[in-house]
Unconditional design. Structure first.
Length: 116
């Protein structure tokens, strides 16, 4: 369900974007979508849902969704080290402190798209 909602959001963002540029008649070839690991999006599921609904709109009927997962990056408030973590185990990889701030891996957004 989560992924279906995201897929619907992606399509409506594309629609707004095309509308603003007066390009609703164009075909979108590729959509580059970034999602931080903290969002726990399953790329295969998002891809599947996107492919299910993309044909409902003319501008996305042939669009390919390219998903990039952004690792979780944390910054330690004790030693200032910036490290990447795979799992949500929130401690500094350098000194093991738990005084950390998440500085990347939370957001999801469309990075760019190729329009015909
Ligand atoms: Zn540290």
């Amino acid at each position: 369900m989560h992924e279906l909602t995201i897929a619907q959001n992606i399509i409506s963002i594309i629609e707004d974007e095309l509308q603003q540029r007066n390009k609703l008649a164009c075909q979108v070839n590729k959509v580059y979508f970034n999602t931080g690991r903290l969002n726990a999006v399953v790329p295969e599921s998002l891809q599947y849902n996107f492919n299910q609904i993309k044909k409902e709109r003319k501008f996305t009927q042939n669009a390919e969704l390219i998903i990039k997962e952004i690792p979780i990056t944390i910054k330690c408030e004790d030693c200032q080290a910036e490290t990447q973590i795979d799992e949500p185990v929130f401690k500094c990889q350098n000194c093991s402190s738990r005084q950390i701030k998440v500085i990347a891996g939370k957001k999801m957004y469309i990075e760019s798209m190729d329009i015909e």
